[in-house]
Design a protein around this ligand. Structure first.
Ligand SMILES: NC(=O)C1=CN([C@@H]2O[C@H](COP(=O)(O)OP(=O)(O)OC[C@H]3O[C@@H](n4cnc5c(N)ncnc54)[C@H](O)[C@@H]3O)[C@@H](O)[C@H]2O)C=CC1
Ligand SMILES: O=C([O-])CC(=O)C(=O)O
Length: 314
């Protein structure tokens, strides 16, 4: 099986994805594509030097054209505008849909069988756009957000407790926006339920901070959004696909009746393997969680409807 990985968008997030993969040495060939070819070239060279320093056998190169992504097992798409303070992810909808259309058209042509991992925002709507433009089967396009949101929740749990770092498993499903659905009931520290460790008020504070963690970082950085945790979370997905690990991760996929939802992308636990999203796992939700998931689906559906009316009809 090929383990070549291409990354379209050699900006902040794309660079961390490439760097993480290069340090690991799992992908022998990593190709960076960017509309600014010098950016891709400079970063590819820098990453190859890092790989050489740690004796990793990953070689990172810059694409001269999309032809260079041929034979990729995975293509990661981080091309797109990041938000700035005062913006929501949804504000990027049309600009990034244009970029996604251009990128996917090329990816479908030159690496038609690659598993596509989408990262650009608004994530769920961009994953839908990729599926729609490329006419992909749903297992082939997977959005990255749930691993990131769950990692953030785990960190905020640690901050409240002051112990348990590295032992915290947090769970977030739903869309990558203000309506994401953190699941304290399915979050534990070394197997101990959160409700045995934190008060209801503390848990609520963790939930609220998780929902707005992206915006919190945008507020500090001012010129763009987070990239270390987003890049690493994406690399975790790529690794699961390359290794055919069959691990379960929260990812954004097109739902086909699961959770009572059809034809909308939303974040749910997914088994990842060589064929991409190989299985969608249905978690039992209580009425309150179900209602939150419904609201989250509605928010994504609204964006999809806007795209169908104003973008795909052009
Ligand atoms: N899903 C998630 O959880 C997260 C999503 N994001 C999203 O990821 C995207 C990238 O963020 P950053 O890397 O911080 O932005 P960035 O601005 O640092 O990088 C974006 C790169 O895309 C390139 N690009 C733009 N149009 C292109 C095209 N048509 N073809 C090839 N390359 C193109 C740009 O030249 C630039 O290098 C944003 O939309 C951001 O909102 C960021 C963090 C987390
Ligand atoms: O907040 C943003 O715009 C970028 C992102 O999706 C995140 O960091 O969660």
């Amino acid at each position: 099986m090929s383990n070549k990985v291409s990354i379209v968008g050699a900006g902040n997030v794309g660079s961390i994805v490439g760097y993480s993969l290069a340090m690991q040495g799992l992908a022998h060939e990593i190709v960076l594509v960017d509309r600014d070819p010098d950016r891709a070239k400079g970063k590819a060279l820098d990453m190859s030097h890092s790989a050489s320093a740690v004796r990793s056998h990953s070689i990172v190169s810059a694409a001269k054209s999309y032809k260079d992504i041929e034979g990729s097992k995975v293509v990661v798409i981080t091309a797109g505008f990041p938000r700035k303070p005062g913006m929501t992810r949804e504000d990027l909808l049309f600009k990034n849909a244009e970029i996604m259309r251009d990128v996917i058209t090329n990816v479908r042509e030159y690496a038609p069988d690659a598993i596509v991992v989408t990262v650009s925002n608004p994530l769920d709507a961009m994953t839908y756009t990729a599926l729609r433009v490329g006419k992909y089967p749903r297992n082939q396009v997977i959005g990255m957000a749930g691993i990131l949101d769950s990692a953030r929740m785990a960190y905020f749990i640690y901050e409240k407790l002051g112990y348990g770092a590295g032992q915290i498993r947090a769970s977030v499903i739903g869309g990558h926006g203000d309506f994401m659905v953190p699941l304290p009931r399915y979050s534990t520290v070394a197997g101990v339920p959160l409700s045995d460790l934190l008060t209801e008020k503390e848990i609520e504070e963790v939930v609220e901070r998780t929902k707005h963690a992206g915006a919190e970082i945008v507020g500090y950085l001012k010129t763009g959004s987070a990239y270390f945790a987003p890049g690493k979370s994406t690399a975790i997905m790529v690794e699961a696909i390359l290794r055919d690990s069959k691990q379960i991760h929260p990812c954004a996929v097109l739902l086909d009746g699961e959770y009572g939802v059809k034809n909308v992308v939303n974040g749910v636990p997914v088994m990842l393997g060589k064929d991409g999203a190989e299985k969608v796992i249905e978690v039992t939700l209580n009425p309150c969680e179900r209602e939150q998931f419904r609201k989250s689906t509605e928010a994504v559906e609204e964006m999809i409807n806007i795209l169908e009316d104003k973008f795909f009809k052009d």
